[in-house]
Design a protein around this ligand. Structure first.
Ligand code: NI
Length: 196
């Protein structure tokens, strides 16, 4: 089932999400629905707060990047096969000199900006079977994980921009939160304030 994606301005995107246990109700269905939602919107990552749930769960599938001419063949092969579910993730370490990459977000349609992040991360997480892993990722894959991880910390990529850039996109963000945007996937916009 495709779920509506929560738009910028909804308070759920600002919550620090909570850990979950194996007994979380209908977790398998939830993960399946999140995948369907992500693929339906041509996303490469989706975090539970983006479908309205403040829990520490996100998914990544880089397969759409496998088609992208901008990457080497070796990179494309890695992207084609990288699919993960991250539960209760905790970034243990980030290393290296920050580099810029153009990021976007399904909750913030039509806004794309260069974001600086460190290139290498060590992350501890549980997979969909609640098996614990500690892994090191770098490059684009680390980048996508960092973006999704920010979602479960209540952080959005637009928070990381310079104050000038933030000023430049302020109007666009306000329009998104009011639902004044055309988007080709299902979204849920924060309730508009009613006039008294
Ligand atoms: Ni995002």
């Amino acid at each position: 089932m495709i779920l509506p994606i929560v738009a910028y301005g909804d308070p759920v995107l600002r919550k620090k999400a909570e850990n979950i246990t194996k007994d979380y109700p209908n977790l398998d269905t939830l993960i399946e629905n999140m995948k369907e939602t992500m693929y339906g919107a041509y996303g490469i990552g989706l975090a539970a707060p983006q479908i309205g749930l403040p829990i520490r769960l996100f998914i990544v599938d880089t397969a759409p990047f496998a088609e992208d001419e901008g990457f080497t063949e070796e990179e494309r092969e890695i992207f084609e096969n990288f699919q993960r579910t991250f539960i209760n993730a905790e970034i243990l370490d980030e290393e290296g000199d920050e580099w810029a990459f153009n990021e976007g977000c399904l909750s913030i349609p039509d806004v794309r900006e260069d974001v600086f992040r460190q290139p290498k991360i060590t992350i501890k997480y549980q997979d969909e079977n609640f098996k614990t892993h500690t892994e090191v990722f770098d490059g684009i894959i680390a980048r996508i994980i960092q973006h999704e991880y920010d979602h479960i910390e209540g952080v959005l990529f637009t928070d990381k921009l310079s104050s000038l850039k933030k000023r430049l996109i302020k109007g666009k963000l306000a329009n998104i939160s009011k639902g004044k945007i055309r988007v080709d996937y299902k979204m849920r916009f924060p309730a508009m304030k009613k006039k008294r």
